[in-house]
Write a protein that binds this ligand. Structure first.
Ligand SMILES: CC(C)(COP(=O)([O-])OP(=O)([O-])OC[C@H]1O[C@@H](n2cnc3c(N)ncnc32)[C@H](O)[C@@H]1OP(=O)([O-])[O-])[C@@H](O)C(=O)NCCC(=O)NCCSC(=O)C[C@@](C)(O)CC(=O)[O-]
Ligand SMILES: NC(=O)C1=CN([C@@H]2O[C@H](COP(=O)(O)OP(=O)(O)OC[C@H]3O[C@@H](n4cnc5c(N)ncnc54)[C@H](O)[C@@H]3O)[C@@H](O)[C@H]2O)C=CC1
Length: 440
């Protein structure tokens, strides 16, 4: 039976593990050994990982793969990808190779603004509040100077603060809606620090503001950045003459282009399909976001909100034929950092960023958008030609074999067998059964 515990956070790592294994596991030694098996033998490195989060008991590995041959704005990249799902890295690599011979990916950062809000309640006269806001605005900016001065030197800082009336949604609800430029940082901590200072200044000055009547007070509810960043937007595109889409022997370039565009259009209008379509895009995006130590929850939340911005959840990519040229593109909001967060701490993140030629945040936005577009291209290409299972299951074969604990001899025979046979879970079970019967 499980039990609760008080003061768990104050226990040492080994005492935490003792409590966990005593409370939840039948085979306590096994559980302990599994946790310890994943500790790094370099104690300093392990301590670094322990201190990334709280109550750390072990490390949770994900594979780090690489997808080479990405030509982005005429520069070659090998893209690092941290992901658990088979076939994603292969698919990205295949798409990169395909576009390498067709001009590569062209990208552009459209905008880099981020948003933060102080949410507050006020039940007095709106004109009075507006006058107060205009009066206090320079002070809101002035009192954040110690936070913003270095960011301003880098070309960033606070761009705008607006007072927003939200009383149609909730009685008495207003916002200070602020816009920021955070250069190479994702900016969450910078923005939150500015917002909390705005809130302090706003409340303090309101208490001293003579024009407010006795009931016209301001109650701060919260101050927090928004992960919805529709004005931190990047575009990536591929294009080529329709006839050049000729790598698949079963379909002409023109038919391929038309079927591809149909598939994208379906995802534009049909939410059930759009979610899966975008999941495929996020296979690429999340993997690079993770490998470069960025906040994938922030990216995911922002991207899906953007996909639903017109009131229907829709495709993040689009495609068309323009005068015989096939064009396929993505526009996506990405608040990323190449400074701050884990970027200078996690050794594999540092390595990944070096592999990417130490990009600025803007460059990383473009690389990540390309990974999403490439992933979507690979998935759609499979979906409209062979079907997804052929390639995906080919890559997944190793996982199935490992589930059955096959030995090296069995593995090599089954890999050969499935070079010419379709992989399904039951086909692997049958082939393994036959093989084991034969060798008895
Ligand atoms: C899986 C492939 C690439 C096989 O494709 P293939 O044609 O059998 O591969 P190939 O053996 O002919 O190799 C061609 C190239 O593919 C890459 N490649 C090939 N194999 C490997 C490998 N082992 N390791 C690394 N890279 C590999 C690599 O670039 C290679 O070139 P090379 O390196 O030889 O010069 C293809 O079928 C494909 O792209 N499939 C799509 C897979 C996919 O999208 N997976 C995502 C998971 S499914 C999902 O979550 C999303 C989805 C599908 O639901 C989204 C949606 O619905 O839109
Ligand atoms: N809702 C959300 O998304 C939230 C996310 N977070 C976390 O916050 C972290 C990201 O916050 P950040 O403020 O980006 O990181 P951070 O707190 O590590 O700050 C980065 C700092 O680096 C400095 N800097 C040096 N060179 C710079 C350059 N060229 N450009 C920009 N800044 C430069 C700046 O002082 C900047 O504030 C992530 O770990 C994220 O998970 C935290 C709270 C909420």
């Amino acid at each position: 039976m499980s039990k609760s515990i008080s003061g768990f956070s104050k226990l040492s790592k080994s005492k935490k593990i003792d409590w966990i294994v005593d409370t939840y596991f039948v085979n306590k030694e096994d559980a302990k050994n599994i946790l310890k098996q994943y500790w790094n033998s370099n104690e300093k490195l392990q301590q670094l990982h322990d201190e990334f989060i709280e109550n750390t008991i072990s490390n949770y590995y994900l594979p780090l793969g690489v997808a080479p041959n990405f030509l982005i704005n005429n520069k070659l990249y090998t893209i690092p990808m941290a992901i658990e799902e088979s076939s994603v890295v292969a698919a990205a690599s295949k798409a990169a190779k395909f576009w390498l011979d067709r001009g590569g990916f062209k990208t552009k950062v459209i905008s880099t603004e981020k948003i933060g809000q102080v949410h507050f309640m006020y039940h007095g006269n709106f004109e009075n509040l507006q006058r107060f806001f205009e009066k206090v605005k320079p002070q809101l900016i002035g009192e954040t100077k110690s936070i913003t001065k270095n960011m301003e030197k880098r070309g960033g800082g606070i761009l705008k603060i607006e007072l927003r009336d939200k009383t149609n949604e909730i009685k008495g609800y207003y916002q200070l809606h602020a816009t920021f430029e955070t250069v190479d940082a994702m900016g969450a901590n910078f923005i939150n620090s500015c917002l909390e200072q705005f809130a302090n200044t706003f409340k303090k000055e309101a208490e001293k503001y003579d024009a407010f009547g006795p009931d016209e007070n301001i109650q701060i509810v919260m101050s927090i950045l928004s992960n919805y960043v529709p004005n931190c937007l990047v575009r990536a595109e591929v294009s080529c003459p329709v006839e050049d889409l000729n790598e698949d022997s079963t379909i002409s370039g023109r038919d391929f282009a038309q079927k591809f565009i149909q598939a994208v259009k379906i995802a534009e209008v049909e939410p059930y399909r759009a979610v899966t379509h975008n999941k495929g895009i996020m296979n690429g995006i999340d993997a690079v976001v993770l490998a470069t130590g960025n906040d994938f929850r922030a990216v995911e939340a922002g991207v899906h909100a953007y996909a639903a911005r017109n009131g229907i959840y829709s495709s993040l990519t689009h495609a068309k034929i323009d005068y015989g040229i096939f064009k396929f593109w993505i526009e996506i909001p990405l608040a990323l950092g190449t400074i701050g967060g884990l970027t200078s701490l996690h050794p594999l993140v540092k390595l990944s960023l070096e592999l990417l030629h130490k990009p600025s945040a803007k460059e990383l936005m473009q690389i990540v958008a390309v990974a999403g577009l490439a992933q979507n291209f690979a998935a759609l290409r499979s979906l409209i030609t062979t079907g997804i299972q052929e390639g995906h299951m080919k890559m997944h074969l190793m996982n199935i074999l490992n589930q059955f604990n096959v030995n090296e001899h069995e593995k090599s025979i089954l890999i050969e067998h499935f070079k010419v046979n379709i992989v399904t879970h039951s086909a692997v079970t049958d082939a393994l059964k036959k093989l084991r019967v034969k060798s008895e």
